[in-house]
Design a protein around this ligand. Structure first.
Ligand code: BDR
Ligand code: CA
Length: 304
């Protein structure tokens, strides 16, 4: 079993990724860390706890950054994509469980030092928690086994604007800090995630068991698909961004990678752009191809 710290900004596809990871025997999720992104960090924490209750798992949750690496507030939340509170438009009661008191970056540092060269961090929100952890304790850089990031758009257009993907543009300085740190990094960006379409036709059967969990996931995924349909009429599905990062942690043969040096543009019109170049000293594995059908089948067998 791979020990995992899972950094989330829960969000609908984060919730799907959580369920997929928690139902995968190859992974042992030690803890979830939360960050602002799809929603403010307190909402990301609440949503993470709520999802854990729905799937009936007790895993500790550590709240992290509320602001960017440079201390800025995020101003626009993508409510049209993830809904008012981040999990679609259905009513979700407040979780009974609570987050731990330790700050997420400190939890990351502590765990990595406790288990050197063992821990994989899957990060599917802005990279602020990881950047803060590295800044405070750069000695963890060689001790992290791997960081698998859902983020970026290297050879394809962005999803926020023509250049940038949502996680990276939410905190470009943090992303640049992590990418240039030398940490062992795999980038699962829009280059591959936009090829993983979950068709609307597949989620109806989640409701057939009549259980609350199935309705919960089907309702919010339908909301998410609705947002894709508004932006891309006729698409009838949604991209499995965050679940693919989990898929890569389970089985890296779902993707093909190219080793590149990745720089993140931090200012100007192209802020948030991930620029990849093939250089001799490059270390970042950028996913460039995906076996989308095999991944989708694997995801669907496990998620609910
Ligand atoms: C990423 O942005 C968020 O909206 C999703 O949760 C995903 O992590 C996709 O660009
Ligand atoms: Ca996310």
């Amino acid at each position: 079993m791979k020990p995992i710290i899972f950094d989330v900004d829960t969000g609908i596809d984060d919730a799907l990724a959580m369920a997929y990871a928690l139902n995968s025997p190859e992974l042992e999720v030690l803890g979830f860390t939360t960050v602002f992104g799809n929603v403010p960090v307190v909402d990301a924490t609440r949503n993470t706890l709520a999802v854990l209750e729905k799937v009936e798992k007790r895993i500790p949750v550590y709240q992290g950054a509320a602001q960017t690496f440079m201390g800025r507030d995020k101003k626009n939340w993508p409510k049209h994509v993830h809904g008012e509170g981040g999990l679609g438009d259905s009513f979700i009661s407040d979780p009974i469980t609570e987050a731990e008191s330790q700050f997420a970056p400190d939890y990351i540092i502590e765990q990595v030092k406790k288990r050197p060269h063992e821990i994989t961090v899957i990060a599917v929100g802005p990279l602020t928690n990881l950047a803060l952890a590295i800044k405070k304790s750069p000695e963890i850089i060689p001790l992290v086994k791997e960081v698998i990031v859902m983020g970026g758009a290297v050879n394809v257009p962005g999803n926020v604007n023509e250049y940038s993907e949502a996680n990276i543009i939410s905190d470009p300085e943090a992303a640049e800090y992590v990418c240039s740190s030398g940490i062992h990094l795999t980038l699962v960006g829009l280059d591959v995630t936009m090829k993983t379409l979950l068709p609307k036709s597949k989620i109806e059967k989640w409701r057939t068991g009549g259980n609350e969990k199935g309705y919960f996931f089907a309702d919010m995924t339908e909301f998410y698909i609705g947002s894709y349909e508004k932006r891309c009429p006729g698409i009838a599905g949604c991209a499995l961004h965050d679940p693919l990062a989990v898929g890569v942690a389970i089985d890296s043969s779902f993707v093909k990678t190219e080793t590149m040096n990745v720089k993140v543009v931090t200012e100007g019109e192209e802020a948030g752009r991930t620029v990849g170049s093939h250089q001799e000293e490059a270390t970042t594995r950028v996913c460039t191809e995906v076996d989308a059908n095999r991944f989708l089948e694997h995801f669907l067998k496990r998620v609910i």
